[in-house]
Unconditional design. Structure first.
Length: 157
């Protein structure tokens, strides 16, 4: 039972990886239809993963275990070795998924920074106050504070 559950989760994660790759492609080619399709697919797959994990929790509870770790360490069932290998494969799939998600984030961040660079270079427009740096702090606020360190009446003297 638990082995089948892990195999289903691996299948769903493979589908999710493909959906995120489609999403990445949609961002690169700026295809709104593909972007929408990929987003809906990712949302549905997220719900599938939630269902699979809920089923796993129920299976573990019915067997008298709380976590997969407890099952692997304490169980006498013949599929313990397979379950441990499949759990490792799930972790690998999750790592792969995180790498793809990070690539998409970096791609979007690059496009935003490039657009701000072009606006500043061509039009002289300062970057928007809504753009945030890597550490989550807005660099534009500090530059605005430095412009207004002296009161207005001192500048007019």
């Amino acid at each position: 039972m638990l082995k089948d559950n892990f195999e289903r989760q691996i299948d769903v994660l493979n589908s999710m990886i493909q959906a995120f790759k489609e999403l990445e492609k949609a961002v690169v080619v700026r295809d709104i239809n593909l972007l929408s399709k990929s987003s809906v697919s990712i949302e549905e797959l997220t719900l599938d993963i939630d269902r699979v994990e809920s089923e796993r929790t129920q299976i573990l509870q019915s067997l008298g275990f709380i976590t997969v770790k407890d099952y692997v360490e304490s169980s006498n069932f013949p599929d313990v070795e397979d379950v441990s290998f499949l759990s490792v494969e799930v972790v690998e799939k999750l790592n792969e998924l995180m790498i793809i998600m990070d690539e998409i984030r970096q791609l979007m961040q690059f496009e935003n920074q490039y657009a701000e660079f072009l606006n500043y270079f061509i039009k002289g427009i300062q970057p928007s106050t809504y753009s945030f740096s890597q550490n989550g702090q807005n660099d534009n606020i500090n530059s605005m504070r430095s412009n207004y360190t002296r009161p207005l009446y001192d500048q007019l003297k």
